[in-house]
Design a protein around this ligand. Sequence first.
Ligand SMILES: NC(=O)C1=CN([C@@H]2O[C@H](COP(=O)(O)OP(=O)(O)OC[C@H]3O[C@@H](n4cnc5c(N)ncnc54)[C@H](OP(=O)(O)O)[C@@H]3O)[C@@H](O)[C@H]2O)C=CC1
Ligand SMILES: O=C(O)C1=NCCCC1
Length: 342
Amino acid sequence: MSQVHEQATARIGFTELVALLHQVFVNHGTSPEVAAILAHNCASAERDGAHSHGVFRIPGYLSTLASGWVDGKAVPVVTDVASGFVRVDAANGFAQPALEAARALLVEKARSAGIALMAIHNSHHFAALWPDVEPFAEEGLVALSVVNSMTCVVPHGADRPLFGTNPIAFAAPRADGLPIVFDLATSAIAHGDVQIAARKGERLPPGMGVDSLGQPTQDPKAILEGGALLPFGGHKGSALSMMVELLAAALTGGNFSFEFNWADHPGARTPWTGQLLIVIDPSKTAGQAFAERSQELVRQMHAVGLRRLPGDRRHRTRAKSQEQGIEIDRKELEHLQEIAGL
Ligand SMILES: NC(=O)C1=CN([C@@H]2O[C@H](COP(=O)(O)OP(=O)(O)OC[C@H]3O[C@@H](n4cnc5c(N)ncnc54)[C@H](OP(=O)(O)O)[C@@H]3O)[C@@H](O)[C@H]2O)C=CC1
Ligand SMILES: O=C(O)C1=NCCCC1
């Protein structure tokens, strides 16, 4: 006897997913302007297969909004501090609207001075970092960004967690291709991927984290329930994570990953920290040569046998999503439609 099984996944177009998420955010307390920015960011991550920061994050966004921990209607305050320095108070809102509010000024400064820095504080970053840097490289600029998160990583040589998973993202233009972009947590694995593994009942590779007794474990639940993550690459990743705390928190006026207490806001999930962006106009130092030089570097990397550049997997997934629609868990999609009121 044949059985008809419902497909486990469905496909949705990018514009449709943005519209759906926009409605979800507005229904849960954000302004339409904030909703537009978050919906685009979250749908872009899902489109590119960056699942740890795509629609998987929606329940976290919504419980955070419901808890009152973050202001979904915050209006960022932009201060033009100096020739190469923009400061943004995100006003206890999400980081991406703060970046959007100051983007034009940052680009103008980078183009006139050759380099400009944006320091965002009082902000919540709950997303992938590459969407914050990639657009700059698409307009010929080099961009670097760091953001700190919440305490869950044991510094190399220490006994207890202190750092966040603290990602670093970099983007640079190249002559004959998409910008070179990497975006990586300084922990051995992103917290989001540990949550996804726990949900799926999968074990992690060795070297990712420790249990509540500080013993190495491959059980994601043991990491999430009283355990902690390790930095990638031992003392090297630990030093980079420390740098992220200094740049994203101490330099911006934001919280260190260990400095906020969300106990009064049950359901809150987003870290209330800071973000730093540095944007460079390479034409000021290298003329038009920079994009040619970065292209040459890629050519030589391929010549020595490299098959995958950072960003290649994402761009392949993006192309497939654009052709066939974004593949998404059917139940998750139905839930989003329900909470969007459709
Ligand atoms: N907001 C926050 O506070 C935080 C956000 N995050 C986000 O979590 C996400 C995941 O981070 P993480 O798990 O470290 O990312 P990954 O380890 O999956 O990937 C890191 C980078 O390396 C590239 N890459 C991966 N494998 C290879 C390979 N075999 N060869 C060449 N390049 C490769 C990726 O490109 P590709 O994408 O093409 O695979 C990506 O640019 C990031 O977007 C990060 O911003 C993490 C921590 C905190
Ligand atoms: O995956 C991670 O690690 C994080 N993502 C969003 C913010 C907190 C940490």
